[in-house]
Write a protein of this length. Structure first.
Length: 72
């Protein structure tokens, strides 16, 4: 680890040799399958603030501060 490399092996003990950590991360990210079309469509339409322009924003509540003289 002090050299920035790791020794990469598979579960069936096949040795791939030493690899830089950043290159290993790139390699592992490349193994992820692409996102499905249904996944992309679901998250595309989950929340769009433009759909709610007609609804007024909630008003902020103003907290009342009591006078110190009224407390006594």
């Amino acid at each position: 680890m002090s050299t920035g490399t790791v020794d990469v092996r598979t579960r069936d003990t096949e040795r791939h040799g030493k690899m830089r950590i950043d290159k290993l991360v790139e390699h592992l990210k490349g193994l992820d399958p692409p996102k499905s079309e249904s996944y992309l469509n679901f998250y595309k339409n989950v929340w769009n603030p433009d759909n709610y322009k007609d609804i007024p924003l909630p008003e902020k509540k103003v907290e009342k501060q009591e006078d110190e003289s009224k407390k006594e």
